[in-house]
Write a new protein. Structure first.
Length: 159
C-alpha cells in the first residue's frame, strides 16, 4: 500500500516544473496566444510568503508575477490555484508541528477577492485570520464572501 504524500512533500516535488509551453489552439480560445508557464509549487509558495500582514494577494496577481518572471503571456490558472492549495496544506502541517513562521496562506484570495473554502480551517479559519489583520469580510452574492476593498490592500510583490 502506497503511503500518502504529506503536503510538504507535495510542495517540494517540482515534477520537472517550471515549464514553459506554447498556448495551443484549444487553449487559445480561453487564454489568447503566446506562451504559458506551468509553475513549480515552491514558486507559488515563495510569492505567498512575501505577502505582509494587513495585505492580500489573489491567484490572478500570483499568475501575473509568475508570467513576468518567466517571460510568458500567462501562468497556468489551474496549476497556480492547486499549488496555492498545496502551499496552504504545507503551512498548516508546519503550524501543527508548532512552527510559528509559516506561509500566510489566508492572505491569498481567489479571483475577485473571494475567500477560499479549500484552505485549512475553511472559510471560518480564513475569516478569523483576515479579521485579526484588520480586514472586513462581506457577502458577495448568495454564497460567497469577499475581503472588502481587497484591491486597496493588494501586496506589491516583486520576484
Amino acid at each position: 500500500m502506497k503511503v500518502k504524500e504529506s503536503w510538504k512533500e507535495k510542495l517540494r516535488d517540482s515534477k520537472d516544473l517550471p515549464k514553459v509551453i506554447e498556448i495551443d489552439e484549444e487553449m487559445s480560445k480561453r487564454w489568447g496566444e503566446g506562451t504559458c508557464v506551468i509553475p513549480a509549487p515552491i514558486e507559488v509558495d515563495e510569492i505567498m510568503k512575501k505577502v505582509p500582514a494587513g495585505e492580500v494577494i489573489t491567484i490572478n496577481n500570483i499568475r501575473e508575477i509568475l508570467a513576468e518572471k518567466h517571460g510568458t503571456s500567462i501562468a497556468c490558472p489551474i496549476t497556480t490555484g492547486i499549488f496555492a492549495w498545496i502551499a496552504a496544506g504545507a503551512a498548516d502541517e508546519d503550524a501543527q508541528q508548532g512552527k510559528k513562521r509559516i506561509t500566510p496562506y489566508w492572505r491569498t484570495l481567489k479571483t475577485g477577492g473571494l475567500l477560499n473554502e479549500k484552505y485549512p480551517g475553511g472559510i471560518e479559519g480564513q475569516i478569523k485570520q483576515l479579521e485579526k489583520e484588520g480586514h472586513t469580510i462581506v457577502p458577495k452574492g448568495k454564497k460567497n464572501l469577499v475581503v472588502l476593498n481587497y484591491d486597496k490592500y493588494t501586496a506589491k510583490i516583486k520576484i
